[in-house]
Each structure stands twice: as structure tokens, then as C-alpha cells.
Design a protein around this ligand. Structure first.
Ligand SMILES: [Zn+2]
Length: 309
């Protein structure tokens, strides 16, 4: 999504919030004539200040009117903000800018929409918790284990971002449901309006390298530090360099410091992780992440062989 599209969505939100506030105010005025009188009086106050009335007296009058209004609303069962516009973003009132700076909500919106567009193209939107089938796992300890994993993931997504773990680490072989549950979490988080970046470790390294050699803007790297949920898919499958290892570790460090969540999916268990990525990343993951192992028999192969869903 382009910036002008995101800004025009914000503007539509803003207009809708103001229209709704207007409608509510008209409703109050119809039901409670005294509130209408108060609002008319309040509107005249700035004008009276301009023609020389005492500012202190006007302020006292205005405070008294406002508190009378609040009391009337409360006694009729209305919230005191009943007819105040309800903007999605309190920081910019859906104007899109804080002063001359672009508001964070616009960046988030672009990122949520970009996630939607890319996940739609990648067929990830239909991978939900509801469509995750436990029947591919052998009855007994294997299925019980995966049921626990499924519940853990659901809970994490529901509570997101209020979970004390810095993230989740999914590990296990190919075709055991890692992508499905990753997408299910991403879909729930993105539906909350939070920004999700879902990329393979290789894509992230390519971008980081491009920034390093000035082939891409620094903001391309910053997005990995700032999004609400960063999903690093297929860690361990990429071509690694000393630089890429240290880059990914520092992105994860930065996110932990800023209280941002990360989901890593990998075919490496924690020992493999230590061997390939070194002590620093290993200790972050083991110390700060919740680890989920994926077990079973490759679901993609089962589907090809026609095992029933
Ligand atoms: Zn905003």
C-alpha cells in the first residue's frame, strides 16, 4: 500500500468519527434541551473573550457549564465522552501526522495492508487455528503434544502483545505444521491492526545486506526493528555469513530491548541453533522465547498420499 492510500484511509476514518460524533450530539440535543443550551453557551465563550470580558470569569463559567453537562449526561446514563469523536489513533486523531512527522499509525496501516496483500498472494490467510487439523498426528503422545502446541499458540495470539515471553521459537522438520500455525498467529495479530512482517531469514539477510551496501534505504532495515510482530521463517535454511548471523542477532536483541515480539521458525533444534548461530542467539532464544517442538510425519506427503483430513 502506498502512502497516499494509507492517508486517505485515515482521512475517511477521521471523517466517519466526526460524523458519528455529530450524530450523537444531535441525539443528545434532541433528548436533553439543557445540554443544547449549554453547548450554545460554551460556543459563545471564545467570542466573549475577544470583545473584552474577563478571561478568568469566562474560564470559571466555562468550567461550571462543562461540569453541569457532565452531570446531566451521567444522570441520564450517558458516558461523558458520548458525543466526542472516537478516533482510531489518539496520537494524531486520525489526521496521519503528529506535527510534521508521519504518525506511527500510518506506517502500521501500510504494514498491515502489505501483510494482508502478501499473505493473500502466498495463500496464508486461510491458515487459521480453526483450519489446523490434529488428525494428521498419530493418536497418543504425538497428537497430545501437538494439541498442547496448538493451545499454546492460540493463547499467545489472543493475548498478543501482552505475553511476557519475547517470542516463540518453532522447531522441527518440514511439513509438520510450523507454517500453518505461524500464519494463524500472524492472521490474528494482523486482524488486531498490529503490524506484522513475515519473511524468510534469507529475505531478511538480503535486505540487511542491501542496506549495508547502500542498495536500499536504512528504513528497510528499521522496519524489522519496529513492527509489532516479526516472523523469521525458515531460519537455518539460508546461506549464512558471519555478517548475517550478527545482523539477525542484533535485530532480535533490539526487539527484546524494545519489548517487541518475534516468532522464529526453524528446522534447527536449540543445539543446532547454537552450532550454526553461536552462543549469543542461542542464549536469547532459550532464555527469552517460548519453545515449541513440532513432531509427526510430513503432512504434505500425507496429503499427497491421500490420507484423510
Ligand atoms: Zn496516528
Amino acid at each position: 500500500m502506498k502512502l497516499n492510500e494509507a492517508l486517505s484511509i485515515k482521512t475517511e476514518n477521521r471523517i466517519a468519527a466526526m460524523d458519528e460524533a455529530e450524530r450523537r450530539r444531535a441525539e443528545l440535543h434532541l433528548r436533553l434541551p439543557r445540554v443544547k443550551t449549554i453547548d450554545d453557551l460554551l460556543r459563545e465563550i471564545p467570542m466573549r473573550a475577544l470583545v473584552g470580558e474577563s478571561v478568568e470569569e469566562l474560564r470559571a463559567e466555562s468550567d461550571a457549564l462543562a461540569s453541569e453537562r457532565e452531570q446531566i449526561l451521567a444522570s441520564c446514563g450517558y458516558d461523558k465522552d458520548y458525543d466526542a469523536p472516537k478516533f482510531d489513533c489518539p496520537d494524531c486523531n486520525d489526521g496521519g501526522y503528529c506535527g510534521i512527522k508521519l504518525c506511527h499509525c500510518v506506517r502500521e496501516l501500510m504494514s498491515v495492508e502489505n501483510y494482508r496483500a502478501s499473505s493473500l498472494a502466498g495463500g496464508l490467510l486461510d491458515k487459521t487455528f480453526e483450519s489446523f487439523s490434529l488428525s494428521y498426528y498419530a493418536q497418543g503422545p504425538e497428537r497430545d503434544h501437538m494439541e498442547t502446541v496448538l493451545e499454546g499458540c492460540k493463547l499467545y495470539a489472543d493475548k498478543f502483545p501482552n505475553d511476557n515471553a519475547a517470542g516463540l521459537y518453532f522447531y522441527g522438520g518440514t511439513g509438520l505444521g510450523k507454517t500453518h500455525l505461524t500464519a494463524a498467529i500472524a492472521n490474528v495479530v494482523s486482524a488486531k491492526g498490529l503490524s506484522v512482517i513475515y519473511e524468510s531469514a534469507q529475505q531478511i539477510f538480503d535486505t540487511v545486506e542491501a542496506v549495508r551496501f547502500n542498495r536500499a534505504d536504512i528504513s528497510e532495515r528499521k522496519k524489522y526493528e519496529n513492527c509489532a510482530l516479526l516472523i523469521i521463517d525458515d531460519l537455518g535454511a539460508e546461506c549464512m555469513s558471519q555478517y548475517s548471523v550478527s545482523a539477525i542477532t542484533s535485530i532480535i536483541d533490539m526487539r527484546i530491548v524494545n519489548g517487541k515480539k518475534t516468532l522464529i521458525s526453524s528446522n534447527l533444534n536449540h543445539n543446532g541453533l547454537k552450532k550454526s548461530y553461536g552462543e549469543r542467539l542461542f542464549s536469547r532464544v532459550v532464555g527469552e522465547f517460548r519453545l515449541f517442538s513440532f513432531v509427526g510425519t510430513d503432512i504434505r506427503l500425507q496429503k499427497i498420499k491421500g490420507v484423510k483430513d
